[in-house]
Write a protein that binds this ligand. Structure first.
Ligand code: ZN
Length: 146
């Protein structure tokens, strides 16, 4: 297949930060908005940055558009509600009204059951359960200053 040098593909990545002025520190990247929201809650960040990157055939970024979304949206402290945890190792599952409850549950479960790994699911507006990848690993988030 022939690929033109100018051929574009678009990629969306999400970063989170606590203010919009530069210089600022951004954390990420996250590949879904829900992952970015979970990270924003855990990092006490109040903006989600949506980067739309245009890449050429070699994978270099040749255009970038960023939009900032205040989080939580519209100033309400919505945060994440209705989250579900399920242990990948033993299948134990629980429903929570808030993310922090899910974290406490996961902490206790993983403390009491060595080697168990708790997964997080969020019910999205279209009523689907979506898994949030790497929800416990803030340490994995990279930092960059822009
Ligand atoms: Zn378990």
């Amino acid at each position: 297949m022939h690929l033109s040098r100018r051929m574009l593909r678009h990629e969306i990545i999400w970063m989170v930060c606590d203010q919009l002025e530069t210089p600022r520190t951004e954390y990420g990247p996250y590949f879904t908005r829900i992952e970015a929201e979970v990270a924003a809650i855990r990092l006490h960040a109040c903006f989600l940055l949506r980067y739309e990157q245009g890449l050429n055939a070699e994978g270099q970024i040749i255009s970038e558009r960023v939009s900032a979304i205040r989080f939580p949206e519209s100033g309400q402290d919505v945060r994440l509600t209705l989250v579900y945890t399920r242990c990948a190792s033993c299948g134990a599952a629980e429903r929570h009204d808030h993310l922090w409850q899910a974290e406490v549950w996961a902490d206790i479960h993983e403390f009491e059951n060595t080697g168990h790994k708790v997964r997080l699911f969020v019910r999205t507006t279209d009523n689907q359960l979506t898994e949030v990848n790497d929800w416990r690993s803030i340490a994995a988030a990279r930092e960059r200053t822009v």
